[in-house]
Design a protein around this ligand. Structure first.
Ligand SMILES: [Zn+2]
Length: 245
């Protein structure tokens, strides 16, 4: 990293949008997360099979889901991959999932450790913390794909619908979930069909759009073809992930 970057990394990042995902950004964020160790991760991925194009990553994700649905999940050799993963990580996909205990991305996509960079919050919406986490995955770990993963019968979205409909305030910190999920619920409130199903779908679509346009890192990666952001809905009954965005 040049001296100019070290003097003012923030200004350097803003001065060249195209360079955000280049070495400058990687070095800047790498310094923040530990310098040399991060640089080593980028140069020598512990899982070479995870270095994929966005399209190949999506294909691998969906093939893994197909195996899971069919009951043909692979036997993962966790023991022998531990050593490689002590040196770093290069997950082939980032997943923004609901915290619901019935949704387990690593199982749903038949993936091992070091394969998926998973952010989870009830209602699978993007906030500053999850965007920052996914920026790290994309800019430092070279993750080529992000999937926003909603699911059937999402309790967080159902609670939001009821809170808005009945004009009630939920206890504790739950209103923060309502605030985050309300835009999707309101957007489809006049639509035909099941209000919960409609809101679950809209919430995935909205958050895919939010991540695609998240400046400066994710939006630049999408523009440069280094990142694809997609949306899926996990079906509780059979484990299938349907693409919706
Ligand atoms: Zn949920």
């Amino acid at each position: 990293m040049c001296e100019r970057c070290l003097e003012n990394p923030t200004q350097r990042l803003q001065s060249s949008r195209r360079a955000v995902l280049g070495l400058v950004a990687a070095s800047t964020i790498g310094l923040a997360f530990g310098g040399a160790a991060m640089a080593k991760e980028v140069k020598t991925p512990p899982k070479p099979q995870n270095a994929l194009s966005p399209e190949a990553s999506l294909e691998r994700l969906l093939k893994g889901n197909h195996r899971y649905v069919e009951g043909l999940s692979r036997r993962h050799d966790f023991k022998h991959e531990r050593e490689a993963l002590t040196g770093g990580q290069n997950p082939y996909a980032g997943i923004l999932s609901c915290a619901d205990s019935r949704i387990a991305p690593e199982y749903a996509f038949d993936s091992g450790r070091g394969d998926l960079f998973v952010c989870r919050v009830a209602g699978n919406f993007a906030n500053d913390d999850s965007v920052a986490s996914l920026e790290y995955a994309v800019a430092i770990l070279n993750t080529p794909l992000i999937m926003v993963l909603g699911h059937d019968a999402c309790g967080a979205i159902d609670a939001t619908i009821k809170s808005l409909k009945n004009n009630t305030v939920l206890p504790g910190h739950l209103p923060s979930l309502v605030t985050a999920l309300a835009p999707a619920v309101k957007a489809v409130s006049q639509h035909e069909g099941n209000p919960l199903d409609n809101a679950i779908r809209q919430n995935v679509i909205d958050n895919v759009a939010k991540l695609k346009s998240a400046t400066p890192i994710l939006s630049a990666a999408v523009e440069q073809g280094k990142l694809k952001v997609v949306g899926g809905i996990y079906r509780l009954a059979d484990g299938r992930v349907d693409m919706v965005a």
